[in-house]
Structures are given as structure tokens and as C-alpha cells.
Design a protein around this ligand. Structure first.
Ligand SMILES: [Zn+2]
Length: 310
């Protein structure tokens, strides 16, 4: 057997349904070693991470593995079912309420259970995020494990000013415990996810090789750009976004039109989204025309003038 599956209870809903956290455990047969956690779908509209973990688990060979894997393919089952970023029951962002407990909303209870059953047991964490239902993204968020993050193989990384990024995230908890943490932002959008799934699985394997949990030399990372400035462009007008730049990891000049927000009713142009930096690097894009609301993640654009390039 490759892995054992269990699920742990979080709470019973008013409907009587029980919310449980799914956990696959793979015990390596090649020797003792650390425990590495793989988590996905903290945000329920970032579902490609779940497929990455499914494909990875289907191919991992416990006979080659040292140590142990704890794999949580859906960390927020209610948000997964509803395809929403936030937990529908209380509209909290699960990835801003760690270590949980605290105010005691359902999301806080879920975070507390994830800490108790998964995050507190880890020596390493790789947490998968994505662009959501309509946006596609491709970068790694540097936390406290730069060589490991580089080993994932993404072409673009982001070094947030002041260390790890978001208070209340999984990473804030594990980094606070001194656990090397890799936060992946990969895929998403209403397009074929197969290339991102392949890269995700390969990235996990390369991280496992880098820390000696799988045999073999890790592949050297590609040429990588490390951004120091990464801006989210959130439109002020909602409607139908018609993208003009659809490629990731391409440079565009300042002022270039990235996309246009139109009224889906009158087809009037409500807003033009333009590249803010000279030169700009596309990190999150909309590949296909799609609904957008004011304040949504429209685009994420890096400033290449302040970037480090390896
Ligand atoms: Zn996310």
C-alpha cells in the first residue's frame, strides 16, 4: 500500500453533516527521516493543488522514501465544495486565522484542528495555492527556506519585504516554529491545468530529493527571477474582463494594456488595466474573458527594475 487514509473530525454542522480533515500518510520504507507535509485547498477555489497531490500520491514509491509524508488534499472542505476562497459558513479566510482557536468562528476551529493533526507534526511544509477559478498564477512565495523554494523549479519567486508574508497563514504558523516552509502559487483559471499539475508533481519530487527523502541528485533550478516588488491590480469596476496579455512570466512595458473591464450588458469600456512598472513581469493573469468584481485579483505584476536575477 502506498499510503494510509484517515480523516479527523472538526465539527458537526447544523445539517448534521460532519466536517473532517482528510489525511493521507505515506511511511517511507527506505529509512527514518523527517516528516514533510503537503497541503492544498486552504482556499477552496484553488483546486489544482488537490489534483497535484492526487497525481503525486499515485506515483510515489514508499520503498524509495525516507521519513514520512502527511498529505492533506483539501484543507477546507466547505470552501472546496462551494469553490470559494473563503469558508462559506463564516466567510473568514482560513489562511489568515492560524493558529486558530482565537475568536472561535468555524474557520478558527478548522485551523486549530489542522495545527493539531498536521502542522504541529511537521519538519517541512509545502503548501499549494493557485490563482482561483478564473486567474492563473506562477510564482513561489519565499518564506524561510530559499534553497528548498528554489528547488521546486518555478521561474519566478517573490521575496516579501519583512520576511514571510501573511499573518495568520499556515506559513506564519510553521515559520514561527522554525519549520522550513515552501508556499507554492501555481495554476488556476478556466484553462487546462495539466502543465501545472506536471510541474507541481515534479517540484515535490525535486524538493524531496533536495532534503534526502528520495534518492537521486536534485535537478538544478532554471534561471530564476526573484521579485522584491509584486503588486496586485484590483479593478475598481466589475464586469467582463477581456484580457489582452494572457502569458505568464513575460515582460511588458509600463502602460501596456493588460486587459479591459467591459460592461457585459452595454459593452461599454469601464476600466483599462495597465502594466505599472517599467518593465513589468506578469505573475498572475486572466487567460480567458471572465467575470470580475471590484477588488478581485485582476493581475499580479512584478517590478523587474528592482528584481534579483540569478
Ligand atoms: Zn490560496
Amino acid at each position: 500500500m502506498r499510503s494510509t487514509y484517515t480523516s479527523v473530525p472538526v465539527a458537526t454542522l447544523a445539517s448534521g453533516a460532519e466536517v473532517r480533515i482528510p489525511i493521507h500518510e505515506v511511511r517511507g520504507q527506505a529509512g527514518d527521516g523527517p516528516t514533510l507535509g503537503l497541503t492544498a485547498c486552504l482556499h477552496g477555489d484553488e483546486q489544482v493543488g488537490t489534483e497535484i497531490l492526487y497525481r503525486f500520491l499515485g506515483g510515489v514509491d514508499p520503498g524509495q522514501l525516507r521519513g514520512r509524508l502527511l498529505v492533506v488534499p483539501v484543507a477546507n472542505p466547505l470552501a472546496y465544495a462551494a469553490i470559494t476562497r473563503n469558508t462559506p459558513l463564516d466567510m473568514h479566510n482560513l489562511n489568515r486565522v492560524f493558529p486558530g482557536g482565537g475568536e472561535g468562528f468555524f474557520s478558527h476551529q478548522l485551523a486549530e484542528a489542522l495545527v493539531a493533526h498536521v502542522l504541529s507534526k511537521l519538519d517541512y511544509l509545502v503548501d499549494f495555492h493557485a490563482g482561483g477559478a478564473y486567474a492563473t498564477v506562477d510564482y513561489l512565495f519565499l518564506e524561510n527556506a530559499e534553497p528548498l523554494s528554489r528547488a521546486f523549479g518555478a521561474p519566478v519567486l517573490f521575496r516579501p519585504p519583512g520576511g514571510y508574508g501573511y499573518g495568520g497563514s499556515t506559513a506564519a504558523y510553521t515559520v514561527g516554529k522554525g519549520v522550513p516552509t515552501v508556499t507554492v502559487e501555481l495554476g488556476g483559471g478556466a484553462i487546462d491545468q495539466a502543465p501545472y499539475v506536471r510541474r507541481g508533481v515534479a517540484g515535490i519530487h525535486n524538493i524531496l530529493r533536495t532534503i534526502g527523502m528520495l534518492p537521486g541528485e536534485p535537478a538544478a533550478p532554471p534561471r530564476q527571477t526573484v521579485l522584491r516588488t509584486l503588486t496586485t491590480l484590483r479593478p475598481r469596476a466589475g464586469g467582463m474582463l477581456v484580457p489582452e496579455v494572457t502569458a505568464l512570466n513575460v515582460r511588458v512595458p509600463k502602460g501596456a494594456v493588460l486587459g479591459r473591464v467591459l460592461s457585459p450588458y452595454s459593452f461599454e469600456e469601464l476600466e483599462v488595466v495597465r502594466a505599472p512598472y517599467d518593465p513589468s513581469l506578469t505573475v498572475l493573469v486572466r487567460v480567458t474573458p471572465c467575470r470580475i468584481n471590484p477588488g478581485d485579483y485582476g493581475y499580479m505584476i512584478g517590478d523587474l527594475a528592482t528584481a534579483e536575477t540569478a
